[in-house]
Design a protein around this ligand. Structure first.
Ligand code: NAD
Ligand code: 89V
Length: 339
């Protein structure tokens, strides 16, 4: 009989509820403890999800609990300390995106976790429509073009107020997801050019970014991000994708259809995500993708293999992200691998 993996959640804020629901849903894992430096929040969270042990300091939790992994769902500025702490205790780590507020800090985090398995909780590539799109893209031949877009006017600041004050916003918060998707569909990037803007005067960072990627395969991609786009259909948090190859195209539409056009004609596949019970607000595709990425983590632990979005893998996504900031600041094309 296989034993359940013992996990503990650090951070019981806005997004942690999706992690906890997924752990409860998955087989082969037990959420044995939660921790938040706000003890009242941790206690309420533990009651909601039926978790027995509650802590207000990760050090104490790691001293008292026998754990296979910790799941860090705190904001980026706290990740370096928490990952290093878990790694020193020999405990594997899942860490929310963005891994760190700077590329240097992200590299140091990956270095500090050398002795354990580190996965970045990158859920967008685990959305059902993205898995389906990846499957059908194999029919198109070597891709020469991709467009990955997230355009919305949703009031994201209501649930995540820190996004309004962070000096760097959309590239770091949502860009990481879209760059990871660009890598998932089209591979690595050679050069990029990025323009950013701050349209909303009440926030500190950029809320619009347009990035042109020149991939090592020779393909081109456009990654576009906006929280300032009032459109007929408010699609938050949907990401629309178009992929083109010599044999045809595949388009993920707003109603979760994948339209594949080849010389044989046009075909539609339904890729509507399963909405998990208890999903709040408009998050639709998100909780199922959280479930999928956490299932992937358990499979990797079971098989002793590296997760698809390991710390080292995620550094490539962050090179794109911070490369985009540099390009926007300097007004120049940035060559990857030189950051
Ligand atoms: P939040 O501020 O609501 O919650 C973070 C919690 O962590 C807070 O309760 C805080 O008290 C606690 N905390 C901070 N430092 C701690 C420490 N050292 N020890 C214990 N507890 C600590 O933040 P959030 O909105 O839940 O976001 C958390 C992370 O999740 C962010 O990195 C964000 O980018 C990410 N996120 C991802 C998605 C997604 O779709 N993938 C969506 C929302 C947020
Ligand atoms: O990743 C995030 O922080 C979320 C989003 C819904 C874009 O995934 O805000």
């Amino acid at each position: 009989m296989t034993q359940d993996f013992r996990g503990a959640l650090i951070g019981c804020g806005f997004f942690a509820q999706h992690h906890a629901r997924a752990w409860l849903e998955l087989e082969g894992v037990e959420l044995v403890a939660v921790c938040d430096r706000n003890k009242a929040r941790a206690t309420a969270f533990a009651q909601t999800f039926g978790v027995l042990s509650v802590y207000d300091a990760a050090e104490t939790m790691l001293e008292h609990e026998t754990l296979d992994f910790v799941d860090i769902a705190t904001q980026a500025s706290t990740h370096s300390e928490l990952v290093a702490l878990a790694a020193r205790c020999g405990v594997n780590v899942i860490c929310q995106k963005p891994l760190a507020p700077t590329l240097e800090e992200a590299r140091a985090i990956v270095e500090s976790a050398q002795g354990v398995t580190l996965m970045v909780h990158e859920n967008f590539r685990w959305q059902r429509p993205m898995r389906e799109l990846k499957r059908v893209a194999a029919e198109l031949g070597p891709l020469f073009y991709g467009r990955i877009g997230f355009r919305s006017a949703y009031d994201v600041y209501a649930d995540q107020p820190y996004l309004a004050t962070d000096p760097r916003f959309i590239l770091l918060d949502v860009g990481v997801h879209l760059f990871d998707l660009a890598r998932f569909f089209l591979g690595e990037t050679e050069t990029l050019l990025c323009h950013t803007a701050r349209v909303n005067p009440n926030i500190a960072g950029e809320d619009v970014a347009t990035v042109l990627l020149n991939m090592t395969s020779g393909a081109h991609a456009v990654v576009e991000l906006s929280y300032a786009s009032r459109l007929e259909q408010e699609l938050f948090p949907q990401t629309l994708v178009q992929l083109e190859g010599p044999l045809g195209s595949a388009v993920l539409t707003a109603d979760y259809q994948i339209v594949v056009t080849t010389a044989q004609g046009v075909r539609r596949t339904d890729a509507t995500p399963h909405v998990l019970p208890g999903t709040p607000g408009p998050l639709t595709a998100i909780p199922e993708s959280v479930l999928n990425v956490q299932r992937h983590w358990l499979e990797c632990l079971q098989r002793g293999r590296m997760p698809d979005t390991s710390g080292a893998d995620n550094l490539k996504t962050l090179e794109l992200t911070f490369g985009a900031y540099r390009s926007a600041e300097e007004g120049e094309v940035v060559r990857l691998g030189k950051l």
